[in-house]
Unconditional design. Structure first.
Length: 388
């Protein structure tokens, strides 16, 4: 199947650009302004101060969520004033607390490792933020961000249908590709979404930004959604429940602090020693146990995923092969994708039709709570949340 790259905003069109203060979104706004678009800058405000502000002795990197957002907002405001761009700040902190922070805590306390960026993109950046724009009566032709991804449309119907929904394709700069974070965006939202950096290399983004004397070109990039100094505070609403570290045979190896402090594949910070290094192999929330194993026992070739999204809401009508990515920094791997029929003994409450993904080669540390994103010809064909 062939995919058609959707046109970028035309001169004269009204474009809302999501600004974070970083180089990617700032250059996106500048390029559209120079193209002759009417650009409106918007920044989402996430921080409501319900966590106590911490002054870290040494700041290692920026994070998306924290009190420093006021500095980011001022940078965005200054940039927009210098370039004649209308600017608005939209408070989405209430929605963020509910849809991202509470979800993050609940997932960890259930023994899963969530991806808050995927959740934020769906419910906040391309959800609550767009609703906020509508409430300000700002009409627009396109909504653009500095993500490294592309919006395409198939040249013929998908999965036996006649529909040709908008889909997300990988960016030219594969090292910066962010499609894994964007896979849950509905096709109807993508109709008006564009990613102007789709065909650009990160090195060129920095070069052009510096040529235009953009202050954002000298800033470090966000690395996490929340700084480590706020992690303990976030989980302080409930006391951690210590439990046992056990091996694959159930032998007690030591005590853990509480399951929310661990994730599959973790090696550091366990405080358990053996003849070989131990890794977290499984988190059993029901028994409040963290199962440890040596590296040889971390791999697997099959997963079950649930809560799937498909472009245009069209489910595949057959077993198929694709490339599947199980975390942002893992390489996509060839796999067979098929519907899964849970046995009667399966007590998990599925949110929809689950799917079974079988890899051609063993994968390291398949992690419940993370997403399995399926690619066909470098286009996102669907994805769901890993159950086991």
């Amino acid at each position: 199947m062939k995919y058609i790259l959707q046109n970028m905003p035309e001169p004269g069109s009204t474009v809302v650009v999501g600004l974070s203060g970083g180089v990617d979104s700032t250059l996106t706004a500048l390029l559209l302004k120079e193209k002759g678009c009417r650009v409106v800058g918007v920044t989402m405000s996430l921080w409501d101060g319900h966590l106590k502000e911490v002054q870290a002795e040494k700041k290692m990197h920026d994070s998306c969520y924290g009190p420093d957002e006021k500095e980011d907002i001022e940078r965005c405001r200054t940039f927009c004033a210098e370039h004649g761009i209308d600017y608005h700040v939209i408070d989405v902190s209430e929605e963020y607390n509910t849809q991202v922070l509470e979800y993050f805590k609940n997932e960890y306390r259930s023994g899963r490792t969530p991806n808050p960026c995927i959740r934020c993109n769906l419910f906040i950046k391309f959800g609550a933020l767009l609703e906020g724009i509508k409430k300000l009566n700002i009409s627009f032709d396109y909504f653009c961000t500095g993500h490294y991804a592309a919006v395409v449309r198939p040249d013929s119907g998908i999965w036996g249908s006649e529909k040709t929904p908008c889909m997300i394709a990988t960016a030219q700069d594969q090292s910066k590709d962010q499609t894994y974070f964007l896979y849950r965006l509905p096709s109807q939202i993508l109709e008006k979404v564009r990613f102007p950096l789709a065909l650009m290399k990160k090195e060129d983004v920095f070069r052009i930004a510096r040529e235009n004397n953009l202050a954002a070109a000298e800033r470090s990039e966000s690395q996490d959604f929340i700084g480590s100094e706020y992690f303990e505070q976030l989980f302080s609403d409930k006391a951690s429940v210590p439990g046992n570290f056990v091996d694959l045979n159930g032998k007690v190896l030591g005590r853990h602090r509480g399951i929310e402090h661990y994730t599959i594949g973790q090696r550091r910070g366990l405080g358990v020693s053996g003849s070989e290094a131990y890794y977290v192999q499984k988190i059993d929330a029901e028994k409040n146990q963290v199962v440890l194993a040596t590296k040889d026992f971390l791999g697997g070739d099959t997963l079950i995923a649930d809560d799937f999204v498909w472009p245009g809401g069209i489910e595949p009508d057959k077993v198929f092969e694709g490339h599947v990515k199980i975390r942002l920094r893992s390489k996509d791997a060839l796999a067979t994708v098929e519907r899964y029929s849970p046995p009667e003994s399966d007590r998990y409450e599925y949110k929809g039709q689950p799917w079974k993904i079988t890899f051609a080669q063993k994968q390291n540390a398949i992690t419940p709570g993370q997403s399995a994103v399926i690619y066909l010809d470098n286009v996102v064909a669907g994805g769901g949340v890993i159950v086991r």
